[in-house]
Design a protein around this ligand. Structure first.
Ligand SMILES: *Cc1c(COP(=O)(O)O)cnc(C)c1O
Length: 454
C-alpha cells in the first residue's frame, strides 16, 4: 500500500485542514507525519494503518494503567448512564464526595480540603489565587508575588506560565505575565564538580533564604515541582530541598505550593513525591495521572488553616472565587476514584520498583556514551541528557533538533518517545512489561546513535 492510499494519510490530511495542535509548529507537518491513533491497548497505541507504538511517555504523562483500561472504562460507562454532569455550585454528588474523602486519606497529613478544577494549569491558577487571597483575608494585601524555581514548569495559562521558567513557552508571552522571583533550582545536574545532590540542595536553600529575607514581606508562596522538574528537562533534585523549603516557608510566613501534577500518583516511587521529604505542603496540586489518563480533572488540596481564612459571613466578602462550568464533573471524578481503587487493590508501587530497577539497568550502559552527559532516574521517570561535548557538557545547537531525530526514529520503529529538547526520557505507563521496556530502550539507543551523528 502506498502512503497516499493509507488510512493514516487520509486522516492526517483531514486533520491538517482544520485542526491546530498544541506545542507544535504546524509547518513541521509538511515533513513530519501526523499519526492518527484509532485504538489503545495497555502500553500500546495503534494507528489507522494498524501500526503499533509503545507509549514510552504515557501520552504526556497522563496514563497510568494502560490505554482503554477495561476497569476504568467500565466505571466511566456506568457513570455516564447515571449522571454525566451537574452544576457544582449548591449541588453535589457521590463521586466528588468520595473522591475528596479518598484524596484526603491518601495525601500527606494536614491536607483536608479539596478544590476541584479541570486541568493542571487551572489547578495552579487556583493555588496561586487561593494563596494570595488567604493573605489578603488576613490583612496582608501587600503579599502579591510568588517565588518559583529556575527551570520550572507549571502550565501555560497566563498565571501558571507566569511562575514557569522554560524559555520556549514563556519568552514570547512575557509582556503579559506576572513577574515571579526566581530562586535557583536545586537541579543536581547543575551542581559544582564533586558536589553531591544533598550538598547542592543545601546550597540552594541558602540562596532561597537570602531571597526570602529580602522578599518574604511581599511573597504569597514558593511554588515547586517536588523532586523532578519535568517539562524543564526531567531535572531531578535531592528531597532534602523540600524538607528545608518547608522549614523556610514556616519561618518566613509564606505558603509552600507543591505542584505534583506530573510527579504525583507514584511516578517518583512514592505515591506523592513530598512523602520522600516527609513534608506536607500548604497546597498540593494534582492532575494528569489523577484519572489514569482518561479525562481532564485536577484537584488542589489545602489545609484547615487556609480554609478557615475564607470562612465567614457572606457580608465579609471573603469567599474564594474561581469556577469552571465543568467543576467536579462526575464522569471525571468517577474515573479518578477507579484509578485510586487500582492503587488500593494492586501492589502498584512495589511492582513499579521492579520496573524502575529494570529500566535503570538497561539505561546504565548509556553513561559511557560519548554524547551522553547524564543518565538520571527517579522512580518511573528516567532521562538521558544528550550533549555535543561530554567533557564540557556543551549542548548541541538547538536548531539541530537532535531530540526530534530520536522522536522520528521512534515512530519508524514502533515507539513513542518525545524528547524535551535533547533530553530523551522515559515515563511509561505502569502496565509496561520488562520486555516492553527492553524494546523501548533498544529503540531509544538506536535513535540516539542516529541523532548524535553528523
Ligand atoms: C503538565 C503540567 C502542568 C499543566 O497541566 P495541564 O493539564 O497540561 O494544564 C502543570 N504543572 C506540571 C508540573 C506539569 O507537568
Amino acid at each position: 500500500m502506498t502512503l497516499t492510499t493509507s488510512r493514516n494519510a487520509a486522516l492526517a490530511a483531514r486533520d491538517l485542514k482544520h485542526l491546530w495542535h498544541p506545542c507544535t509548529q504546524m509547518h513541521d507537518h509538511e515533513s513530519i507525519p501526523m499519526v492518527p491513533i484509532v485504538r489503545g491497548e495497555g502500553a500500546w497505541l495503534i494507528d489507522a494503518d494498524g501500526r503499533r507504538y509503545l507509549d514510552g511517555i504515557s501520552s504526556w504523562w497522563t496514563n497510568l494503567f494502560g490505554h482503554a483500561n477495561p476497569r476504568i472504562a467500565a466505571a466511566l460507562a456506568a457513570q455516564a448512564h447515571t449522571l454525566e454532569h451537574v452544576i457544582f455550585g449548591g449541588f453535589t454528588h457521590e463521586p466528588a464526595i468520595e473522591l475528596a474523602e479518598e484524596l484526603v486519606r491518601i495525601s500527606p497529613p494536614g491536607l483536608e480540603r479539596v478544590f476541584l478544577a479541570d486541568n493542571g494549569s487551572a489547578a495552579i491558577e487556583v493555588a496561586l489565587k487561593m494563596s494570595f487571597h488567604y493573605w489578603l483575608n488576613l490583612g496582608h494585601g501587600e503579599k502579591t508575588r510568588f517565588i518559583a524555581l529556575s527551570g520550572s514548569y507549571h502550565g501555560e495559562t497566563l498565571g501558571a506560565l507566569s511562575v514557569s521558567d522554560v524559555a520556549l513557552y514563556r519568552t514570547t508571552y512575557a509582556p503579559l505575565l506576572l513577574t515571579p522571583i526566581l530562586a535557583p533550582s536545586p537541579d543536581s545536574y547543575q551542581g559544582e564538580p564533586g558536589e553531591s545532590p544533598a550538598q547542592i540542595a543545601a546550597r540552594r536553600l541558602g540562596e532561597l533564604r537570602v531571597l526570602l529575607q529580602r522578599h518574604a514581606h511581599e511573597t504569597c508562596a514558593v511554588i515547586v515541582e517536588p523532586l523532578v522538574q519535568c517539562a524543564g528537562g526531567m531535572r531531578m533534585y535531592h528531597p532534602g530541598y523540600l524538607t528545608g523549603l518547608r522549614a523556610l516557608c514556616d519561618e518566613f510566613a509564606v505558603h509552600f505550593i507543591a505542584d505534583e501534577i506530573a510527579v504525583g500518583f507514584g511516578r517518583t516511587g512514592t505515591l506523592f513525591a513530598c512523602e520522600q521529604a516527609r513534608v506536607s505542603p500548604d497546597f498540593l496540586c494534582l492532575s494528569k495521572g489523577l484519572t489514569g489518563g482518561f479525562l481532564p480533572l485536577s484537584a488542589v488540596l489545602t489545609t484547615r488553616d487556609v480554609y478557615a481564612a475564607f470562612y465567614a459571613e457572606y457580608s465579609a466578602g471573603k469567599a474564594f472565587l474561581h469556577s469552571h462550568s465543568y467543576t467536579g464533573n462526575p464522569l471525571a471524578c468517577r474515573v479518578a476514584l477507579e484509578t485510586l481503587a487500582i492503587f488500593r487493590d494492586e501492589p502498584v508501587l512495589e511492582h513499579n520498583r521492579l520496573l524502575a530497577a529494570h529500566l535503570a539497568a538497561r539505561l546504565a550502559p548509556l553513561r559511557d556514551h560519548p554524547h551522553v552527559a547524564d543518565v538520571r532516574q527517579c522512580g518511573m521517570i528516567a532521562a538521558v541528557e544528550l550533549v555535543a561535548d561530554k567533557a564540557s557538557r556543551r549542548p548541541f545547537a538547538a536548531v539541530e533538533r537532535r531530540g526530534l531525530r530520536v522522536y522520528l526514529h521512534g515512530l519508524q520503529h514502533g515507539a513513542l518517545l518525545r524528547p524535551l529538547g535533547d533530553v530523551v526520557y522515559f515515563m511509561p505507563p505502569y502496565v509496561v512489561t520488562t520486555q516492553e521496556i527492553d524494546q523501548l530502550v533498544d529503540v531509544a539507543i538506536a535513535g540516539i546513535e542516529r541523532a548524535v551523528r553528523g
